[in-house]
Design a protein around this ligand. Structure first.
Ligand SMILES: Cc1cc2nc3c(=O)[nH]c(=O)nc-3n(C[C@H](O)[C@H](O)[C@H](O)COP(=O)(O)O)c2cc1C
Length: 128
């Protein structure tokens, strides 16, 4: 991680220690699949892979939340070792790691405000 990134994270208290990865009862590893293989080992390309997996992860995070559990998004770098230790094929690349469970009783969540809608959007006048 570049020093500037570490400085940006300093006020959040985020560092290299990730005890939640060992405590969480479930670790969901999401893979993206850039192509499929036919019975004759011919490669069939998948399209919009990152976009689709990102959308699917959003739904999964919402479902976890609705189930009364908590999660966070983790993208260790490098992440490819997960492909090896989980015996996944060459066409599946690790995309996201989601530890899932209940929060610690003393868990602290930073109070980060969202950007205002008017700061991230602009509107056209509607047609008559
Ligand atoms: C897309 C995305 C990827 C993230 N990847 C990481 C990561 O690889 N490592 C990390 O420490 N935090 C990552 N975060 C932040 C984590 O969701 C979480 O806030 C952080 O791991 C909390 O760690 P802490 O308990 O050390 O503060 C990511 C956040 C997002 C939105």
């Amino acid at each position: 991680m570049p020093e500037s990134w570490k400085q940006d994270l300093a006020h959040l208290g985020t560092d290299w220690e990730k005890p939640f990865l060992e405590k969480a009862p479930w670790l969901i590893v999401v893979f993206k699949k850039s192509y499929r293989l036919t019975e004759n080992d011919k490669q069939l390309k998948n399209y919009y892979v990152s976009e689709s997996v990102g959308i699917a992860c959003g739904f999964l995070i919402s479902a976890i939340h609705m189930a009364g559990l908590v999660t966070l998004t983790h993208t260790p770098s490098p992440m490819n070792f997960l492909q090896k230790i989980l015996n996944r094929p060459e066409n599946e690349k690790p995309y996201l790691l989601l530890p899932v469970g209940y929060p610690n009783e003393n868990a602290l969540v930073p109070n980060i405000s969202k950007e205002k809608l008017e700061d991230i959007s602009f509107w056209f006048e509607g047609r008559d």
